[in-house]
Structure formats: C-alpha cells, structure tokens
Design a protein around this ligand. Structure first.
Ligand code: DO4
Ligand code: MG
Length: 297
C-alpha cells in the first residue's frame, strides 16, 4: 500500500489557513487553489452539483496556502451506516452478546444509520485519533464515505476511519453511541475525490493496516463491490424525514474488521487506502476520561 500519487487528478481539499479554519480549495499537483464564490464545504454543498462543478473547474488562478485538514466545515454532520458488509455482520455477531440484531439489520430493507461526528470530534490525515480510556478493546473501521449535497446529489468520495470501542458496543448494542462518539473517534480525508472524476467506483479496492513500531500487526483488504447496499439507497434513507441544509458526509460501513485478539494501542499507526480516493493515516492516542481542557488530542 503506497501513499497516493495525485498526478493530474484534482481533489476537493480543505485547508486550515491564517484566516479560516476550514477553507475549501481545489487541489492539483500538490497546490491548492481558491474556488470562486465558495469558501467552505458547506457553501459547496448548498449548490446543485452542476453549479459547484462549474465553479470547481474555474479554480486555478488564486493559490491558497495552509495546512491540509479534514474535508469538512465547522457545521458539517458526519453520519455512519452499519452492518453493510458481510464481514461487519459476522464480526459483530462474534463480539456481541445479542447477535441477532446484526443479522436482522443486514437483511432488512432499512439500513442502520447513526449520527457519528461533528467537526469538533473529527480529524484529518496525519492527526491523532483516540481510543477511549475506559474501553478494553478498540478497532479502526476503514470505510468509504460519500459526500452528499442538500439536493441528495453525490458530490464525491472520501475515506472515514469510524473508530469504535469494540467491547463497549459488544456488551450491549444500546451502548453504540458511546462506542462510536467521543473526542477523537472520527478521521476523514485526506481529501474528497469529485465523483465526476471517477469513471467507475463500483469495485474500488479498500486496504487497511495497523502498524506498531516496525511491525504490521493487522492488514486486510476488501472492495466496494462487497457493499451490500447502494449509495442511492443509503442516501434515500438518510434524507427521510430530515433535511441537510449544508449537506452531509455518510460513511458507508466497514468491510474489514480485525480479529478479536487485535486491539488498538497508543502509538499505533492506522493507514487506510481507497483506490482513486487516497490514503488516510492517523496515529492512535488515548482519549482521557477528562477531556474538557484539551483542544487537540
Ligand atoms: O452496528 C454497529 C455499527 C456498525 C458499523 O459501524 C459498521 O458496520 O461499519
Ligand atoms: Mg463503521
């Protein structure tokens, strides 16, 4: 698995600049350019895709300098879908005292959808993700995330690490929110690949590994072809009975889960690669019980 080479491909990237915490840009060949009339991802997701695409294509004259951060805005909502791959279903049945709920949701028309994160709980590539101090076992969940505008149009693909406190979810599925939502529990990035630039996303390769010092303690791969639901179906359910005025990011579930004897430790490096989309890399630290005073992990 190698760091992506962006070549002449273009991406939607968000930079932390001197004047803006989440400035949207167009990334080409390692440079970042302002997109006319659009300052944030939320501005972009308020526009119909054709309008945003046209502005995106005009970008290229005004270079923006800053640090790459998660491709979100301050008011973004990140949601998750669950048990959308057979491997996820099997892993949850194995770890849970109440296995039937996972089998039922895998087969049901209605998908499992859950609120995952706000900007405050989300980091980008090369930042630290957290494992809960009160969890016994924690795992990364390497997922393709879809970026959807307020009109339910698919704008692009990115990568999400849906960090999960495994024993907490395993103890009782009603603890899902605590297993999934805490400071440092979500990484997204490195950038968004515009959907109009991907010829066929139906079977993109997804690779992940956990490195501990010089050793790879776990690695696995799957493909979007193994996803048991369509993006259109997930979007349709997400937007039922609710609106997303600044769009949403929906992580589409994991198809690779470490075996029960692998748990993340502080200092581990988690790398997730999705073909055509990029590579998300995060170091693992412990999220302390009392996080109130901390700005960053
Ligand atoms: O059912 C719990 C969450 C499942 C999940 O996050 C996944 O399958 O990716
Ligand atoms: Mg997940």
């Amino acid at each position: 698995m190698s760091e992506q080479s962006t070549g002449n491909q273009s991406f939607i990237a968000v930079l932390h600049t001197a004047g803006h915490k989440y400035r949207i840009t167009k990334a080409v060949n390692g440079k970042y350019f302002a997109i006319p009339k659009v300052a944030t991802i939320s501005d972009a997701l308020e526009l119909p895709i054709a309008e945003f695409k046209s502005l995106f294509e005009q970008a290229g004259s005004e270079e923006v300098i800053g640090t790459l951060t998660a491709p979100i805005a301050a008011d973004s909502e990140i949601w998750g879908a669950g048990v959308t791959y057979q491997r996820s279903r099997d892993a949850r049945k194995e770890e849970s005292g109440i296995p039937d709920v996972y089998q039922l949701v895998y087969e049901a028309d209605r998908p499992e959808l859950f609120f995952k994160a706000t900007a405050r709980r989300t980091v980008g590539t090369n930042a630290n993700v957290g494992i809960r101090a009160d969890a016994l076992t924690s795992v990364p969940e390497p997922e393709v995330a879809i970026v959807v505008n307020k009109y339910r149009e698919l704008i692009g693909l990115t990568i999400c690490n849906d960090m999960t406190s495994r024993n907490i979810e395993g103890e009782n599925p009603l603890y899902l929110s605590q297993a999934k939502i805490y400071y440092g529990s979500n990484a997204v990035g490195p950038m968004i690949r515009p959907i109009w630039e991907i010829k066929d996303y139906s079977s993109l390769a997804i690779d992940a590994k956990i490195e501990r010092g010089a050793n790879i303690v776990w690695q696995a791969q799957t493909s979007l072809a193994q996803l048991n639901r369509s993006f259109a179906d997930l979007i349709e359910y997400l937007f039922r009975c609710q609106s997303f005025p600044v769009g949403a990011i929906l992580s589409t579930g994991t198809g690779i889960v470490p075996p029960l004897d692998i748990s993340l430790e502080a200092g581990d490096l988690v790398t997730i690669n999705v073909a055509e989309v990029g590579t998300l890399v995060n170091k693992v630290v412990v999220t302390p019980i009392d996080i109130n005073e901390k700005e960053n992990l």
